[in-house]
Design a protein around this ligand. Structure first.
Ligand SMILES: Nc1ncnc2c1ncn2[C@@H]1O[C@H](COP(=O)(O)OP(=O)(O)OP(=O)(O)O)[C@@H](O)[C@H]1O
Length: 232
């Protein structure tokens, strides 16, 4: 069904090896992955298997040791550092486990942050911020500071900040990892709605089978390789 959709994220023969002292540590070895437009992909695998490493490569926070990372028409692995920062700001929204909100800024100022890297004027920025906070159901808390919000509400602000630029891909690293089941379920419903109702392409790292069950597809990373089943 999703197979007829165009590929949005292409990972082709990607390796990532870290150097620790004189030791070479291969984390990803020859990965292949195609993510279609409007997929909601869950990425699972044991601790230390390289899930965050792969997410960082897709998000242009890191470069592969070899291989192709392509998002839409862009060869992310070939961009310079300067180009990468601008590319990320335009194309990637990140959602973190611990929200990463700035405590000194209220919800709307936190959500506005990524727009400060764009050429939008203040009036336009306000419009986009209001729409993003509305999309996550927090229109009534725009002036609230992070410390006065519950974990689930803080994550909603984190998601509003991630979608305010209308990014090409939403990357979520354990978005429910710090939440109780009820709040976690609400966040997953929100991600599902962004995917289903707004066609947002989402890649979510998770350890939680409840979370991966909400995705349209799950892939498993183990011993440097990706597979469609949990264990070899
Ligand atoms: N910058 C780095 N330098 C050296 N080693 C690194 C670096 N980043 C990650 N690693 C190593 O790569 C491996 C994979 O780490 P990564 O964080 O991607 O795993 P993960 O699957 O996301 O783990 P977890 O589920 O525990 O978050 C680990 O052994 C880690 O120590």
């Amino acid at each position: 069904m999703s197979d007829s959709r165009p590929t949005l994220v292409r990972i082709d023969n990607v390796t990532r090896t870290f150097t620790r002292g004189s030791e070479q540590i291969p984390v990803l070895s020859g990965l292949h992955l195609d993510v279609k437009e409007a997929e909601f992909l869950a990425l699972m695998g044991p601790s230390g298997s390289g899930k965050s490493t792969l997410l960082n490569l897709i998000g242009g926070l890191d470069r592969p040791s070899s291989g192709v990372v392509q998002i839409g028409p862009d060869r992310v692995d070939q961009l310079s550092d300067g180009q990468l920062a601008a590319w990320r700001a335009r194309h990637i929204g990140f959602v973190f486990q611990f929200y990463n909100l700035l405590p000194a800024l209220n919800a709307e100022r936190n959500v506005e942050l990524p727009l400060l890297l764009t050429h939008l004027n203040k009036a336009k920025r306000r419009q986009h911020v209001a729409a993003a906070l509305d999309a996550v159901g927090l229109s009534h808390r725009v002036k609230s500071f992070p410390r006065t919000l519950s974990g689930g509400e803080q994550q909603r602000v984190g998601i509003a900040r991630a979608i305010v630029t209308d990014p090409t891909v939403l990357l979520c690293d354990e978005p429910t990892g710090d939440l109780d089941r009820k709040s976690g379920d609400e966040i997953l419903s929100l991600l599902q709605s962004l995917n289903r109702d707004h066609g947002k392409t989402i890649i979510m790292v998770t350890h939680d089978p409840h979370a991966s069950a909400r995705a349209t597809r799950t892939v498993y990373l183990n011993k440097g390789q990706l597979s469609d089943t949990p264990e070899d």
